[in-house]
Unconditional design. Structure first.
Length: 369
């Protein structure tokens, strides 16, 4: 087969991580198919084909733009593809090719304030619905997201395949004991610190995390432990009330390189993720693979991904969230148990398993023609 991968998000977080894991897994399986990887020109320098059958192709078409509908279809057709895989919901109207799309979640549909303009809200709604209808197969990353897709997009359950994301092997426990020193030198951070990895969008519930952190600080008192809260977002990305008055001892790092992120996880007392909605949630899995305890909400797919390896609290219950932060901070036995369970849990999410299931979906899509 000659398969196209829309890899224009290769250097993004989230979907970029998904693409890297998928490509790594397919290469590990030794597939003999050809994979034409359509990349933004600025990302070509960051793309290293793992095997010769991954063929980089420049694609100067911005993501989530009208040019996706006008310029992208012709470019795809010129490469004589048997199948195209869009790793997000955009399937251009005039791309008359057999297609598989991955819909990670319906956050763009269910959280309209996520979008910058009314045009972006309209674009997400229309393109997601028609993409789900026209695609030959849909991949999603959790049973929770599958339920949302079937319920809100009106597609048959048989058309939607759940394939859990695979985790790259770069995430692992601190084998040399040097993570703390590297974090101190790179970011000026001293333990203890709580880590949040993600963006500042509405469904991430940073407002709730800030309030729970304030309550924890009040409980510890002026002479108690002074954990800082470290976020991989820019302060300018905050919106609403949390932008006006973030708590004391919050540190904003902005986006962090993958190599530094591993050490940030390893040095953290815990990862906090109080999201109200997640289609999958890579950060808890990455943290667990690094031996970092996880405190997360019990919303959406997070219980499905974390199982019993994280301390889950009711979504939106700030007292319970603050208590969980306190317990992990102050109880060494709990931290040790969460570390043990987390490493074991993360081992279940293999890129090879992810890739094998995805290749079977490609075959099913072609067989359905």
């Amino acid at each position: 087969m000659r398969i196209g991968l829309d890899a224009r998000m290769y250097n993004w977080s989230g979907i970029g991580t998904y693409l890297k894991a998928l490509i790594h897994g397919i290469a590990g399986l030794g597939s003999r198919d050809d994979f034409v990887c359509f990349l933004l020109p600025e990302d070509l320098a960051h793309f290293s084909p793992p095997t010769p059958n991954f063929i980089p192709q420049p694609c100067p078409v911005p993501v989530y733009s009208l040019r996706e509908m006008t310029a992208l279809p012709g470019l795809l057709r010129s490469h004589q593809l048997d199948l195209i895989h869009f790793p997000h919901y955009v399937y251009p109207f005039w791309a008359n090719l057999p297609a598989v799309i991955t819909i990670h979640d319906l956050i763009h549909l269910l959280f309209p304030h996520h979008h910058r303009t009314p045009f972006h809200r309209w674009y997400a709604r229309v393109v997601m619905r028609q993409g789900a209808r026209r695609a030959h197969r849909i991949i999603t990353v959790s049973e929770y997201s599958k339920g949302d897709i079937v319920r809100h997009l009106g597609v048959s359950s048989d058309k939607v395949n759940v394939i859990y994301n695979g985790l790259l092997g770069t995430f692992s426990p601190d084998s040399d004991g040097g993570a703390e020193g590297r974090v101190r030198r790179r970011f000026g951070l001293d333990p203890p610190y709580f880590l949040y990895v993600g963006n500042a969008k509405e469904h991430k519930n940073l407002r709730g995390l800030f309030e729970a952190y304030r309550r924890l600080r009040a409980r510890l008192g002026p002479k108690g432990l002074r954990p800082s809260l470290v976020l991989t977002v820019q302060r300018e990305d905050l919106r609403g009330e949390e932008a006006v008055d973030p708590p004391e001892d919050v540190k904003f790092l902005g986006r962090v390189a993958s190599s530094d992120l591993v050490d940030l996880y390893r040095g953290a007392t815990l990862l906090a993720l109080p999201s109200l909605c997640e289609g999958f949630g890579y950060p808890p899995l990455e943290a667990m693979a690094c031996g970092t305890p996880v405190v997360a909400s019990d919303a959406a797919s997070l219980p499905e991904v974390a199982g019993d390896a994280a301390l889950l609290v009711p979504a939106g219950n700030l007292d319970r969230l603050s208590d969980a932060l306190y317990d992990v901070l102050t109880k060494e036995e709990l931290r040790a148990e969460l570390r043990r369970r987390g490493v074991e849990r993360a081992e279940r999410f293999s890129t090879l398993t992810m890739a094998d299931a995805t290749l079977r979906v490609y075959e099913e899509a072609l067989a359905s023609l």
